[in-house]
Design a protein around this ligand. Structure first.
Ligand code: ZN
Length: 413
């Protein structure tokens, strides 16, 4: 009996010693080197480590940018030697994060290597293989990854900061409303009720994301721009018909109508945010989006917008269109720079919902919920906050500019 206990205690001691040793083995990263592969098919980048790291991750958001995370809080990089700039490798940069290191590996522009990473046979080093690929294959491969901004994780999240002063722009626009203040906005969370909108990766529904982002946007406006009244087309999971939507928006006599949506595509690699304003469709791609976003209204109107409809609208509301275009560009700029999203640009399309609103109006596609990475981002609290604050900043900047311009007009009259 006594013996058995002793053996058990001994086993426990060994076991805990093992855990202890493993848990505290500090890995020293001494060097990152770069050599040509013996098969002539590319290159190998080696992280020379004294002990294995907990885990790692590799992505390649652009043909010339490989990003890695080394997960391990105990990595020592004192005296680290990085590879010199070579024909294929431009630069390796490390960023110390809370949970390890973020690494950017910049390849020479025009390089067409596909990256992959694995543990060396010695069980410690991490090897990154760069394999010669084609431009087309690489374009397809890199589309699925979003660029990570390590600074965002190092510094306090700047992208969420909605109190930072607005940037100043000096673009002229048409004043379309005979009023001095920008003080009412209609926020339209796309779809709702029996209409789920697009169905994305893991069955996520567009209508739920649009409602969440709409509420967050509204909350930012109410908090930071108390003189602006926020009107929602829906605040819960209900469906509003087109007639109701248009009626609602116009009754509100708002200064801006923002319709929030998410995109979908049969190819899960496609990603990025888009901003639309009403106009004659200029590309097949925006025509596809327009068809999908309009499809739900088809039964109600029996007809699609014709070129004539749009020409008449443009004649009557050219000021709205100019203002919408300007705001669309300000939103796109926020998505791309501050929110760090892949941007698919500002586009024009004949959206019914925009057509019905007799006021400046934009429609945003936050991203593709059929893309796993964007689905994760857009269903996360963090991602929704980022997108809502990007929208908020664009609207706030526009309001500031609008009111300054109005004040100028008054004082110069
Ligand atoms: Zn939609």
């Amino acid at each position: 009996m006594r013996n058995k206990l002793f053996i058990r205690a001994l086993a426990l001691l060994f076991f805990s010693l093992f855990i202890f040793a493993d848990g505290f083995a500090q890995s020293q990263l001494q060097r990152v080197s770069n050599t040509a592969r013996s098969d002539g098919m590319g290159y190998v980048i080696r992280y020379h480590l004294s002990a294995p790291v907990d885990s790692f991750e590799i992505t390649q958001p652009a043909p010339d940018l490989i990003q890695m995370v080394l997960y391990d809080q105990e990595i020592d990089t004192t005296g680290l030697i990085l590879p010199k700039q070579s024909e294929k490798l431009k630069e390796v940069r490390l960023y110390e994060l809370e949970y390890g290191y973020g690494v950017d590996i910049y390849l020479t522009e025009g390089a067409t290597y596909k990256s992959n990473a694995y543990i060396d046979r010695n069980g410690k080093d991490i090897l990154v293989s760069l394999t010669q690929s084609t431009k087309e294959e690489l374009a397809q491969y890199t589309q699925q990854f979003l660029t990570r901004n390590w600074y965002k994780e190092i510094v306090d999240d700047d992208a969420l900061d909605v109190s930072a002063p607005p940037f100043q722009t000096n673009i002229l626009y048409n004043n379309v409303r005979d009023k001095l203040r920008f003080d009412k906005i209609v926020i339209d969370p796309g779809h709702g009720g029996w209409d789920p909108g697009s169905i994305g990766y893991k069955g996520v529904k567009e209508k739920n994301i649009t409602l969440e982002v709409a509420k967050k946007l509204g909350a930012y406006i109410e908090e930071h721009l108390p003189d602006v009244e926020v009107v929602y087309t829906r605040e819960d999971d209900t469906y509003l018909g087109l007639a109701e939507l248009g009626h609602f928006a116009n009754l509100a006599e708002a200064d801006l109508y923002v319709s929030i949506h998410c995109n979908s595509f049969h190819n899960q690699y496609v990603s990025g945010a888009e901003v639309y304003f009403l106009g004659l469709s200029k590309s097949n791609a925006s025509l596809e989006v327009m068809k999908r976003e309009n499809s739900v209204f088809k039964e109600e109107i029996n007809q699609e917008l014709t070129e004539d409809d749009l020409l008449i609208y443009e004649l009557a509301h050219s000021g709205y269109i100019a203002t919408s275009e300007k705001i669309a560009y300000m939103i796109e700029d926020q998505f791309r720079t501050r929110a760090q999203r892949k941007s698919r640009g500002v586009k024009q399309a004949p959206f019914q919902v925009l057509f019905e609103a007799a006021m400046p109006a934009v429609l945003v596609e936050l991203g593709f919920i059929t893309n796993p990475a964007e689905q994760r981002f857009l269903t996360s609290e963090y991602g929704q906050n980022i997108m809502a604050s990007a929208l908020f900043r664009a609207i706030r900047d526009y309001k500031v500019e609008y009111e300054e311009k109005q004040a100028y007009n008054v004082s110069s009259n």
